[in-house]
Design a protein around this ligand. Structure first.
Ligand SMILES: Cc1cc2nc3c(=O)[nH]c(=O)nc-3n(C[C@H](O)[C@H](O)[C@H](O)COP(=O)(O)OP(=O)(O)OC[C@H]3O[C@@H](n4cnc5c(N)ncnc54)[C@H](O)[C@@H]3O)c2cc1C
Length: 319
């Protein structure tokens, strides 16, 4: 059986987890078994409806202490669940929660783990998973030889697929340890599209000259329903908050569309954005390295080009 871990925020299952469900269900088909899901903590969604993504059963462990992530507690609960359900393949999203929990689970179960998977495994002979390596510059095909196999799927690497079906939902009896970490307060950015889940990201670099010019980025993001991001120096000099910093030392993203404004395209920046499906670069320097990685490029002054694009989209949307 393929067991898929679902994580959630504010009572809703994350999009990246739905991708993991579709991916896990496809693996189950491939190896002729069933797919089931597990969810820890409380969610407000109709879990039976997850059947349409291909799972036959959703196991819940709705202990309130699980509403806050404690990776060690999560790993122990999922290891017990894997034993109780007879899971042979366990799928996570390779997001922040998956990155924290999957390696710990791998150690507990002595199960081979591939993180950053980008395609369905080849299962004709063995179990070989394709993954990104060197910050997305190359691929590696990694064979997992252990009885239990764990895969953490990169967000936006596999499309959500839906069909017909309803899942049975059942509480799973497992021991839940008291968390070792107590979260005393959380502060959350309101009204913004979360960067890691965004389909479109508009990003600004040092070419924008100062934080007072950021309306160029935020106005375009607003008309597109996009999240905003920035290059590292922009966050380092406090023009933008650090949670917007993308790249090798920041967040790695893979939206459908990444629009880079006044960013040179250093390799450390590209490492975090080069999995984007389509990259649009706006830079006044035709020699800027980012153009080599771009699908579409505009050589021009951002202060002239970007307001025109924003206006054109506004007009298009008003039609
Ligand atoms: C170990 C290490 C890790 C790093 N990690 C990261 C990381 O995670 N993310 C990251 O982003 N960087 C990272 N960096 C920094 C990286 O090497 C670059 O220095 C950085 O990405 C450059 O940021 P930038 O493109 O905004 O600025 P710049 O390199 O200064 O580029 C500004 C660009 O704006 C263009 N421009 C100027 N004016 C205009 C205008 N009016 N209109 C249009 N274009 C204009 C210029 O032509 C130029 O290409 C790292 C560096 C190191 C050494």
């Amino acid at each position: 059986m393929v067991l898929i871990f679902l994580d959630h925020a504010d009572g809703h299952i994350r999009k990246a987890s739905l991708e993991a469900v579709s991916y896990g269900a496809a693996i189950a088909k491939q190896i002729d078994t069933t797919a089931e899901a597990i969810i820890l903590g409380t969610v407000s969604e109709d879990l039976a409806a997850l059947g349409k993504y291909g799972v036959t059963k959703v196991h819940t462990v709705s202990n309130a202490s699980l509403n806050q992530l404690d990776a060690q507690v999560y790993a122990k609960v999922i290891s017990e669940a894997a034993a109780a359900t007879g899971a042979t393949v366990i799928v996570f999203s390779n997001n922040l929660v998956g990155k924290a929990v999957a390696p710990r689970l791998s150690a507990r179960l002595k199960a081979g783990l591939v993180t950053g998977a980008v395609a369905l495994p080849a299962t004709d002979s063995g179990f070989v998973v394709k993954k990104n390596v060197f910050s997305g510059k190359a691929f590696a095909n990694v064979a997992i030889n252990t009885a239990i196999k764990i895969i953490a799927l990169n967000p936006n690497a596999y499309s959500i697929t839906t069909g017909e079906g309803t899942a049975t939902v059942a509480a799973l009896a497992v021991t839940v340890d008291a968390p070792k970490v107590q979260v005393t307060a959380t502060s959350k950015a309101e009204g913004e599209v979360p960067l890691t889940e965004a389909e479109i990201v508009v990003s600004g670099g040092r070419g924008l000259k100062g934080p007072e010019n950021w309306a160029l980025v935020t106005d375009l993001a607003k008309v597109l329903g996009a999240a905003t991001a920035c290059s590292r120096p922009v966050a380092d000099i406090h023009w933008r908050p650090h949670h917007e910093h993308v790249g090798q030392t920041g967040i790695a993203i893979a939206p459908n569309l990444y629009i880079a404004i006044g960013i040179s395209g250093a390799i450390q920046h590209l490492a975090g954005v080069n999995r984007s499906k389509t990259i649009v670069v706006i830079n006044k320097d035709p020699e800027a390295p980012f153009f080599k990685a771009a699908d579409y490029g505009i050589v021009g002054d951002a202060f002239e080009v970007v307001p025109k694009i924003t206006e054109a989209i506004k007009k298009l949307k008003a039609q």
